[in-house]
Write a protein that binds this ligand. Structure first.
Ligand SMILES: CC(C)(COP(=O)(O)OP(=O)(O)OC[C@H]1O[C@@H](n2cnc3c(N)ncnc32)[C@H](O)[C@@H]1OP(=O)(O)O)[C@@H](O)C(=O)NCCC(=O)NCCS
Length: 332
């Protein structure tokens, strides 16, 4: 049995910067409200002429490959986490495989929203540990901007989300890399944060585009208060679960990278764990909440800034739609 380690990490965000002032021209909101409630100053929105989930993922993958000193042809499996695929089906994993020019390797899509990247990392970890694959490309990528209601009706949700992609390459190792992952869900809360359509469980006549009078069912719906209350409990719980599973304490963490849901949530978790500022990485100020993209984008930036060093203990944790929540402890 092998261990698995992260050999390279990369990211890509669309060029178009959307500030809080830009949003306040579309809806009744303002910079102060958004910063106070979420910590977000700006986010990136795609240009639909140039960006797709697949090509943003490919750009993130190239950066991760370069940092790992690997070539595209070295990738032997793809696990891609997104809830905003380019098509309703097939998944964006196969589109990424095509985009990278890889022939016939397997591509698996994971649909676990904000926890999606950790679910994807854990899935890839199992394939490496059993010896099935040698270089797995693990992606978290999201285009939320086209599913947002950018009017005053949707302001409680629209100001939070952004677009982007992050990638890691997972490889076998003699030394422990991913120590453990902890995956959870509670489907009782599925409708507290969801996009209803294009859902399949409809009478045929209701699924015809011309019959869909209420197109708001294609937009993100979120009960912000409910999400917040569950998030602060589950984040802490799942981080402690990971530490206890490895006989470690919060003092052993060199860097916590929480899913970038909301700066207030990250700050609450930091406070509850008693971690110093330099032990928690946040970039939500610049990118908003990029769902499955948020952890690998943050990981890539933290690595690029020299905040992740060989031998460091990195904790990643997420909570989001499903509800799902998850954590991993990674020895870099
Ligand atoms: C969404 C969120 C920022 C809203 O903050 P909140 O403090 O709960 O605010 P509320 O929804 O109670 O709204 C407070 C007021 O602000 C208003 N408001 C909502 N969005 C607004 C916006 N963008 N701009 C200005 N005012 C806004 C509301 O209409 C409400 O007005 P009222 O008091 O007159 O009714 C907060 O609930 C949150 O961050 N939740 C977690 C969401 C999250 O992390 N999601 C991702 C999970 S992965």
């Amino acid at each position: 049995m092998h261990y698995s380690k992260i050999a390279g990490v990369g990211h890509y965000v669309p060029e178009r910067v959307v500030t809080n002032d830009d949003l306040s021209k579309l809806m009744d909101t303002n910079n102060e409200w958004i910063i106070e409630r979420t910590g977000i100053k700006e986010r990136r929105f795609i240009d639909p002429k140039t960006d797709t989930v697949a090509n943003m993922s490919a750009k993130a993958a190239h950066m991760a490959l370069e940092r790992a000193n690997l070539k595209v042809e070295d990738i032997d499996f793809i696990v891609l986490a997104t809830i905003t695929p380019d098509y309703f089906f097939p998944g964006s994993g196969v589109l990424l495989q095509r985009e990278l020019g890889l022939e016939s390797i397997g591509a698996l899509d994971i649909r676990n929203a904000c926890s999606g990247f950790i679910y994807a990392l854990s899935t890839a970890d199992q394939f490496i540990k059993t010896g099935m694959y040698k270089n797995i490309l693990v992606i978290g990528a999201e285009i939320q901007s086209t599913a947002l209601d950018l009017t005053t009706r949707g302001r409680g949700t629209a100001v939070i989300f952004g677009d982007g992609a992050g990638a890691v390459i997972l490889q076998p190792s003699d030394q422990p890399g991913i120590l453990s992952s902890h995956l959870h869900s509670d489907g009782r809360y599925a409708e507290e944060l969801y996009v209803k359509d294009p859902g399949s469980s409809r009478p045929h006549e209701e699924r015809q585009p011309e019959q869909i009078l209420d197109t708001s069912t294609f937009k993100v719906h979120m009960n912000g208060n409910m999400v917040f209350k569950h998030a602060i409990v589950r984040f802490h719980e799942v981080i402690m679960e990971a530490l206890e599973a490895n006989n470690l304490t919060k003092d052993d963490i060199d860097l916590l990278i929480p899913h970038q849901a909301n700066l207030r949530i990250s700050n609450y978790i930091q406070q509850k764990l008693g971690l110093a500022d330099e032990k928690v990485y946040n970039n939500i100020m610049r990118y908003g909440n990029t769902t499955a993209g948020s952890i690998p984008i943050a990981m890539s930036e933290a690595w690029g800034e020299g905040k992740i060093k060989d031998g460091d203990l990195i904790c990643v944790a997420a909570f989001g739609s499903g509800f799902t929540w998850a954590s991993s402890l990674i020895k870099w």
